[in-house]
Design a binder for this molecule. Structure first.
Ligand SMILES: Nc1ncnc2c1ncn2[C@@H]1O[C@H](COP(=O)(O)OP(=O)(O)OP(=O)(O)O)[C@@H](O)[C@H]1O
Ligand SMILES: [Mg+2]
Length: 384
């Protein structure tokens, strides 16, 4: 937990310039539990001021990484610096610049929510007045104001989780570790949590969060590392990881089934050579390499007097990436949170798993996702 005495957010993001020490630099980090290698030769470089998402199925080693980097566990081998402080040689310094919200709650059940927050604030060196103000701010931010005077032993699971997160943010440390911050939270509280994370980041806090929710990593993380069996199997921005899996598709639902051949012909002409549409469940999918492809298809359809009933752009979701890389069906909410239509579900290296559909509005086709297929920055550590 941070020992910073100010309740104010740390250094603004602008202060983190290129050349700054990375927030986390780990090399060859390994942790064995008996014969089990929970973390295997992990390298991590996390820039100050960024959000890094560690994604992986149960048992992948995410919590173990958090424990290693927060001095709660010793690595079997390997080394790391945290905000420039060596993990092995200066663990107390490391502890002074980090905050951590573990996967399981650490608050005192006999105290009220407000008392817990004030206590933690006082422990980080804040004055009585600052402690009260910070506690009230956090109770408000995590919708706990009404329950502030109740003993934590009587809180619901979700309320305890929120309090635990609030406690980890008392002193707004420069580097915050959040281990599955939104597991068990209801959808509204998840959104609030995301807002809190974004506010912290806008004030310069670096965040490493672990999650099994692909939509969460997509929304919050600048970079994502996917872990499986203790190893990092891929790393990149959400867009880079999605691009790794395949191209986007324009999904067209014809107004009449009789239009299908004409629509397919129009698409084939526009995409020729090289692009052929596929038809599944009454929808036609046209692979699009760039936004202009989609625009041209829509223009061609209009010229032919073919007005589809619905149009959307499907692009590979992080879900597909996760499935391809880990062979696991993560408990994702992506499909329900972000998708209005389900996309193609054929399996294979380029179209594995479901895709996310984004409605396209007639007033202006917008595919705000990056459909660039160059993955120059992608660091895939193992072949797919
Ligand atoms: N203290 C321990 N002793 C023995 N084995 C452990 C210990 N902690 C973790 N493990 C094992 O290490 C592996 C990685 O566990 P870890 O908790 O890091 O996974 P995780 O990715 O956080 O999973 P989850 O999504 O379920 O939280 C698992 O096989 C786990 O059983
Ligand atoms: Mg865990």
């Amino acid at each position: 937990m941070s020992t910073a005495s100010s309740p104010h957010p740390p250094t603004p993001r602008a202060h983190h310039q290129a050349g700054d020490v990375p927030a986390i630099h780990a090399t060859g980090l390994r942790r064995d539990f008996g014969s089990l290698r929970a973390v295997d030769d992990l390298d991590l470089d996390i820039a100050a001021g960024s959000v890094y998402g560690l994604l992986g199925p149960n048992g992948a080693g995410k919590s173990t990484v958090v424990k290693l980097l927060t001095t709660l566990l010793r690595p079997s081998s390997g080394s790391a610096t945290i905000m420039g402080h060596d993990l092995a040689h200066a663990p107390h310094r490391v502890r002074s610049v980090i905050g951590v919200a573990g996967q399981y709650a650490s608050v005192d059940e006999t105290l009220t929510g407000r008392e817990n927050l004030r206590l933690f604030a006082r422990l980080t060196g804040m004055s009585r007045t600052d402690s009260r103000r910070r506690a009230d701010e956090l109770l408000e931010a995590f919708s706990l104001a009404d329950a502030a005077g109740r003993r934590v032993g009587r809180y619901s699971g979700g309320m305890r989780r929120r309090l635990d997160l609030a406690v980890s943010m008392v002193a707004t440390p420069p580097l915050l570790f959040l281990d599955e911050p939104t597991t068990g939270l209801d959808p509204r509280t998840r959104q609030q949590m995301w807002q809190v994370v974004e506010d912290l980041v806008s004030h310069g806090t670096t965040i490493l969060l672990t999650t099994q929710y692909l939509d969460e990593a997509d929304r919050l993380a600048d970079r994502i590392g996917i872990m499986n069996h203790g190893r990092k199997v891929a790393e990149g921005s959400p867009d880079q990881l999605k691009d790794r899996i395949g191209t986007s598709a324009l999904a067209i639902t014809p107004a009449n089934r009789a239009d299908v051949p004409a629509i397919r012909d129009a698409i084939t002409r526009v995409l020729s050579p090289g692009g052929t549409p596929t038809t599944r469940a009454g929808r036609i999918y046209a692979p699009i390499r760039q936004t202009a492809d989609a625009t041209e298809i829509l223009v061609a359809l209009r010229e032919q007097g073919l007005s589809p009933a619905a149009i959307s752009v499907d692009r590979p979701s992080l879900d597909s990436v996760f499935l391809t890389l880990t062979g696991n069906h993560g408990p994702t909410r992506e499909a329900t949170d972000r998708s209005t239509t389900s996309g193609p579900t054929t399996s294979g290296p380029t179209t594995a798993g479901p895709t996310t559909a984004e409605p396209v509005h007639a007033a202006g086709l917008s595919t705000h996702h990056n459909t660039n297929l160059n993955n120059t920055d992608l660091n895939t550590e193992e072949d797919l």
